[in-house]
Design a protein around this ligand. Structure first.
Ligand code: ADP
Ligand code: MG
Length: 281
């Protein structure tokens, strides 16, 4: 089929309806979206805006009601291609307890690669690599269920990374974590994107989680409401207010400073960085 592209995710006029006994709920409507390998995308939206439905459409857990979801040219509704799609696209969910099944961290991380039928040396290499990426080498022989919430989420992340996916979809991965673990997970994602060139698709209802994204997609009632860089999206206060979304404090400050005639660099991601920049100008 023409128009199918390698090295990207394509959603072509995708809608998803949930059919229930006597009603029908439209969760997503007419979504057109292209995500290239290597991008860092944030997906933002209030509760029930369709974020998790979108995540589940990406790895074929759900099939679109109409339209097509293509992962590197492979359609998620094709039974022959779903196995390969799941190798290309890894998923991390909100609650790591639902994802951890083995008694020892290293077994947990080896589980996926072993199921791919890889030789033991390669499995071992991947366990080392994945543990290092999330800074959990010391926990290799620990029991996952005895770890803290943040550590569990890092193990869940490592077990997906050990499959060496091209795309990583994370559905509210930090929402059960304390602020420090939250920050750590976000820093790991940045590094995984920049150094390992794995595409990050991070879903959250907290705008603050998504400041590292290069592109932000804002969902509202199942449609794409806005998209752009975080700065572009968070600048439009009226449009955000119209749907009841609060923008991060950082962007309120940036706007105030820019209204004074100063230009703030797009790389500014934290309030301390902003303060430092203001001191310089
Ligand atoms: N399994 C389901 N059955 C019926 N309706 C669902 C189901 N899952 C989600 N929905 C509905 O689809 C809409 C989008 O939900 P969801 O994708 O979970 O949004 P979000 O992740 O942004 O909270 C909501 O109206 C929700 O009630
Ligand atoms: Mg959700």
């Amino acid at each position: 089929m023409s128009g199918r592209a390698e090295n990207m995710i394509q959603l072509i006029d995708v809608s998803k309806e949930y059919k229930m006994a006597d009603s029908c709920r439209v969760a997503l409507q007419h979504i057109n979206l292209t995500i290239s390998e290597g991008e860092y995308i944030g997906i933002l939206g209030l509760n029930q805006s369709g974020k998790s439905t979108l995540a589940r459409l990406l790895n074929g857990l759900l099939k679109p009601t109409t339209g097509q979801v293509l992962i590197n040219g492979m359609a998620t509704d094709s039974p022959q291609e779903i196995r390969q799609i799941r190798q290309l696209l890894g998923m991390v969910f909100q609650n790591p307890d639902n994802q951890l099944i083995c008694p020892v961290v290293e077994e947990e991380i080896a589980f996926g690669p072993e199921n791919l039928g890889l030789p033991p040396e390669e499995v071992n290499k991947r366990v080392d690599w994945a543990l290092e990426l999330v800074g959990m080498q010391e926990m290799r022989y620990h029991a996952p269920h005895l770890l803290s919430g943040g550590q569990k989420q890092k193990v869940a992340l490592a077990s997906v990374l050990a499959m060496q996916p091209r795309y990583l979809v994370l559905d509210e991965p930090t929402s059960m974590l304390d602020p420090l673990s939250r920050r750590e997970i976000l820093e790991h994602l940045c590094r995984i994107n920049q150094e390992n060139h794995i595409t990050i698709i991070l879903i959250s209802h907290h705008p603050e989680d998504l400041l590292d994204a290069k592109r932000l997609i804002l969902l509202h009632e199942g449609s794409i409401y806005m998209q752009g860089t975080p700065k572009e999206v968070f600048k439009d206060m009226e449009k955000l207010k119209a749907i009841g979304l609060k923008r991060p404090g950082l962007y309120q400050l940036i706007q105030q400073v820019e209204e004074e005639g100063y230009r703030i660099d797009d790389n500014i991601k934290t309030i301390p960085q902003l303060v430092e920049m203001i001191c310089r100008i």
